[in-house]
Design a protein around this ligand. Structure first.
Ligand code: SUD
Ligand code: ADP
Length: 295
């Protein structure tokens, strides 16, 4: 079909290059209320980390939008990169096409926001490659239609989030080393938000409270009750540092002050768990690349 790429097209800056789609951690997550449409109001700290999916956009000679290799278990039209590209076309009337190649490194349903970040990288990079010139605020608005976690990745800063995660303020915090465990289970976000026992009336806190160590994640009691593997991962990681749940899970993480101590925990946990070693970032690597000016 439409995947006819000439060498000349690939040589245009940005096409055929690998673009990062980083993961995030929720360093705390409080549920402070519920909107009439059922979505929950949150307070959270989104920290971007340097674990990434990598996305390559190949030009095509017609207006088709399709994946190079669909992700097993995710129908192509449901893939968040395809939905993001189609949403851009629909909103702008753009007639161009693209073949999207995703190198998937981030676990799905892990609370690391991989699918959302893939969508954000697609919105931001195709906006450039297709010459659409949409402002950042519009891309964030379109991102929100795809998922509550998408705007922060479009924004590109580690941020304090409120609303359903779309009211964002950039924050600068220590770029600590982190160890992340992915327990052997997929947590369904919707199931957690529907749980009767979920705390939905937490008192809002301030940035100062967070810095002083108020790191609670209101989803934890429900998630660890439903998914035993999450509790086990928390126990394992707690031997090395204070362990927390990101988002609705399933991943748990701990921060370390030195690379050495993080590596030690990583090595000790590796034989028994699916573990990642990463570093917190105040700025998304997507924007580091864009600011290098290739596009
Ligand atoms: C909880 C958070 C925290 O970062 O992360 P994850 O654990 O999923 O990564 C997010 O808010 C998740 O964002 P995202 O994964 O994009 O969720 P969406 O696709 O928008 O929503 C999935 C479902 O969760 C529920 N939902 C989601 C977000 C929210 N603030 N309130 C909700 O009630 C809704 O029922 C929705 O149908
Ligand atoms: N490109 C994509 N990468 C990952 N998941 C995707 C993608 N497109 C659609 N999805 C769907 O989104 C769900 C949530 O994925 P993900 O964002 O990785 O998890 P989480 O929201 O827990 O961080 C997946 O289980 C999958 O069905």
């Amino acid at each position: 079909m439409g995947f006819v790429v000439t060498e000349v097209q690939e040589q245009v800056a940005g096409w055929g290059e690998k673009w990062p789609a980083p993961a995030k951690l929720n360093l705390m997550l409080r549920i402070t209320g519920r909107r009439p449409d059922g979505y929950h109001l949150l307070q959270t700290v989104f920290q971007i980390i340097d674990l990434c999916d990598w996305i390559t956009f190949h030009p095509v000679e017609d207006g088709l939008v399709f994946l190079h290799d669909p992700i097993p278990g995710v129908p192509e039209q449901d893939d968040l990169t395809i939905r993001a590209a189609n949403l851009l076309k629909q909103y702008t009337g753009c007639l161009l096409g693209v073949c999207i190649e995703v190198e998937k490194n981030l676990p799905m349903g892990g609370g690391l926001g991989g699918g959302s970040s893939d969508a954000a990288t697609t919105l931001v990079v195709l906006n450039k490659l297709w010459g659409l010139k949409l402002p950042l605020e519009k891309l964030m608005e379109l991102g929100l239609l795809l998922g509550a976690d998408v705007p922060v990745f479009v924004y590109g800063y580690t941020a304090w989030g409120e609303g359903i995660g779309e009211e964002l303020k950039p924050i600068t915090i220590p770029e600590q080393w982190v160890v992340v465990i992915k327990p052997d289970c997929h947590v369904n976000t919707k199931q957690i938000f529907l749980a009767e026992q979920l705390t939905r009336d937490s008192k809002p806190i301030t940035m100062r409270d967070f810095i002083a160590g108020d790191w609670r994640n209101d989803c934890l009691p429900v998630v660890s009750n439903l998914y035993k593997a999450v509790g086990e991962a928390l126990d394992a990681l707690s031997q090395y540092a204070d362990a927390r749940l990101t988002g609705t899970g399933a991943c748990v993480f701990a921060q370390f002050n030195s690379e050495e101590s993080a590596r030690e925990a990583f090595s000790a946990l590796s034989p028994n768990w699916s573990v990642y070693l990463a570093r917190g970032l105040n700025r998304s690597p997507l924007y580091e690349k864009l600011e290098q000016g290739s596009v």
